[in-house]
Ligand binder design. Structure first.
Ligand SMILES: NC(=O)c1ccc[n+]([C@@H]2O[C@H](COP(=O)([O-])OP(=O)(O)OC[C@H]3O[C@@H](n4cnc5c(N)ncnc54)[C@H](OP(=O)(O)O)[C@@H]3O)[C@@H](O)[C@H]2O)c1
Length: 328
């Protein structure tokens, strides 16, 4: 397949590029501001995708797929900059998907578990969305517009993505950086989520394209865990005095409303594809192992790094420290 990753410089986009390349597909990727080797500069707000992407992609007779990993992040920007966020996440995303469809390119759109509110007891693809925040409202508006206009688009709703690579930016590297500085890890109190390995989602996208899936699928780890518990389990793997503090979203200063239960029922996807997700303990263990590797391999410039006066925490395995992870 010929693959175009829109937002290839981002957290998910980078993993999607690597995963398709690993499977032997030809991959093109775009960046907005970050840049990156070989990436095409593309502004979803102002550019026409058909004028930015090389003819080698557009005119190829091979099947074509575009993966939308571009978005307005962080979520709070949807509140502070609503007009920009609406234009990018809804209007221009739909226009770009339509344009790509005219070039015989099918698309994958990435949505969110936050389209549901806390009272939704079952979260299958048939459940009725009820977003409580602006980011989630925009994602849902985009979903509906895309399904109405370009129904053969594949839409994946995801929960929180984490990585096992300590040299890229994600939740665990943020926590690890705080441990290194000796500052408390502050988490949203009472929030239950399904942290999912970003590499799993990249694999799931490859599978979805290969099987030509379309419509909405929930794709998230089946493990539900309180965010604060994950942080405590993470801290317990290292020999550190770091503490985890729980605060309400408003005390933390988050502007956009978030649901406190953001898990998803992904049974439709797993039974259709036979997919199984990486266990959260395995993710934490491999993160800790990779910390050791990157500390050995690179200089102190590598991110994240502990200040030289701070001893690097010793690590334990997740199994030896985890007592509280629950299948809620
Ligand atoms: N991460 C999660 O836990 C999670 C969970 C559920 C859903 N999602 C969704 O998954 C998608 C990817 O998330 P992510 O975590 O990978 O986000 P990210 O790391 O912030 O990456 C965002 C990407 O969007 C690009 N971008 C930003 N503004 C753009 C513009 N005007 N035109 C073109 N590209 C633009 C960025 O390019 P530059 O960096 O080059 O500027 C970057 O490549 C988003 O739609 C997000 O809502 C993420």
């Amino acid at each position: 397949m010929n693959i175009l990753v829109i937002g290839a410089s981002g957290f998910l986009g980078q993993h999607v590029v690597s995963c398709f390349q690993l499977h032997g597909h030809r991959v093109w990727g775009t960046t907005f501001r970050s840049g990156g080797d070989g990436l095409i500069t593309f502004d979803l707000g102002n550019d026409n995708i058909l004028q930015c992407v090389p003819k080698a992609f557009l005119n190829s007779a091979d099947p074509k797929c575009a993966i939308f990993c571009a978005g307005v992040t962080p979520m709070d920007r949807c509140v502070t900059d609503f007009a920009y966020a609406h234009d990018l996440m809804v209007t221009k995303t739909l226009r770009t998907i339509r344009d790509l469809r005219t070039a015989d390119c099918r698309c994958v759109f990435i949505s969110t578990s936050h389209v549901f509110d806390d009272s939704t007891p079952i979260r299958t693809e048939e459940s009725t969305p009820a977003p409580i925040g602006t980011y989630a409202e925009l994602k849902l508006e985009a979903e509906n517009a895309i399904i109405g206009d370009v129904p053969d688009t594949l839409i994946y709703r995801l929960d929180k993505l984490i990585g096992n690579d300590p040299t890229t930016t994600h939740l665990l590297t943020e926590w690890y950086g705080k441990m290194g500085k000796g500052v408390p890890i502050v988490t949203i109190a009472d929030q239950v989520f399904s942290p999912t390995l970003v590499n799993d989602i990249a694999d799931a996208i490859v599978i979805g394209c290969r099987l030509q899936l379309y419509g909405i699928y929930h794709v998230a780890s089946p493990i539900r865990i309180a965010r604060s518990q994950l942080a405590r389990d993470f801290v317990a793997m290292f020999d550190t005095n770091s503490v985890v503090v729980e605060r309400s979203a408003s005390e933390i200063g988050l502007l956009d409303r978030r649901c406190m239960n953001s898990w998803l029922d992904s049974n439709t996807f797993t039974s259709r594809t036979g997919f199984s997700f990486t266990k959260v303990g395995t993710i934490l263990d491999s993160f800790a192992r990779n910390v050791g590797r990157s500390a050995r391999k690179t200089s102190s410039k590598t991110q994240p790094s502990f200040p030289s006066t701070t001893p690097q925490p010793e690590r334990q395995t997740y199994e030896s420290t985890c007592h509280a992870q629950k299948n809620l």
